[in-house]
Ligand binder design. Structure first.
Ligand SMILES: CC(C)(COP(=O)(O)OP(=O)(O)OC[C@H]1O[C@@H](n2cnc3c(N)ncnc32)[C@H](O)[C@@H]1OP(=O)(O)O)[C@@H](O)C(=O)NCCC(=O)NCCS
Length: 135
C-alpha cells in the first residue's frame, strides 16, 4: 500500500503515545516498505501493521489515537487489515496480545479471533495470549 513520510511520522508518533516499547520511524518504515508488509492506516485516527508469510499473516501492531477509542475505529482498521490479508492470499491471521489488555482482547474476540495459546511470563509483567483467525 502507498504511504508517505507523513503517514510514517503519524504512525511513529502514535507508537510513542501508545506503547511502552515504541517502534521508531525507521522500524515502521521497514515494515511498511517491505513487499510482504501490511500497513493500514487512517490518517489522524489509527493504524495496523503486519506481515505476510506464504498464506499466513501476522498482526504486529494496532493502535487508535487515545481520544478516539471506543468508537469503532479499531474495528474498522482491523477489518481493513483482514481484507487486505485475504486479498493478498492469506488464509489465517495470527496475533499476540498482553493478557491484561482487555480492550484489545475484546476487539479481537468481537472479530472472531480464537484464542489458541498462552505464553506464560512472556512479558516481565504479563502473559502473552495468542489468537488466530481463519479467513
Ligand atoms: C486496542 C485498540 C486499538 C482498540 O481501538 P478502539 O477504536 O477503541 O476499538 P473499538 O472501538 O472498535 O472497540 C474497542 C472495544 O473495547 C471496548 N472498550 C471500550 N472501552 C473499554 C474499557 N475502558 N475497558 C474495556 N473495554 C473497553 C469496547 O466496548 C469495544 O469492545 P466491544 O465491541 O466488545 O464492546 C485501542 O484501544 C488502542 O489503541 N490501544 C492501545 C494500543 C494497543 O494496546 N494495541 C493492541 C496491542 S498491539
Amino acid at each position: 500500500m502507498m504511504h508517505t513520510e507523513n503517514d510514517i511520522a503519524f504512525i511513529a508518533s502514535l507508537e510513542y503515545e501508545c506503547f511502552a516499547e515504541p517502534w521508531d520511524a525507521q522500524t515502521v518504515r521497514t515494515v511498511a516498505d517491505d513487499p510482504d508488509g501490511i500497513c493500514v492506516y487512517m490518517q489522524g485516527t489509527g493504524y495496523a501493521l503486519g506481515k505476510l508469510a506464504a498464506d499466513e499473516a501476522e498482526l504486529y501492531r494496532i493502535a487508535v489515537v487515545p481520544g478516539r477509542r471506543g468508537r469503532g475505529f479499531g474495528g474498522l482498521i482491523i477489518d481493513r487489515f483482514i481484507s487486505e490479508c485475504a486479498g493478498r492470499g492469506a488464509s489465517r491471521v495470527f496475533l499476540e496480545v498482553r493478557s491484561k489488555n482487555v480492550r484489545a482482547i475484546s476487539l479481537y474476540e468481537r472479530k472472531s479471533f480464537i484464542r489458541i495459546g498462552v505464553r506464560k511470563g512472556y512479558y516481565p509483567d504479563d502473559d502473552a495470549v495468542l489468537y488466530e483467525l481463519e479467513i
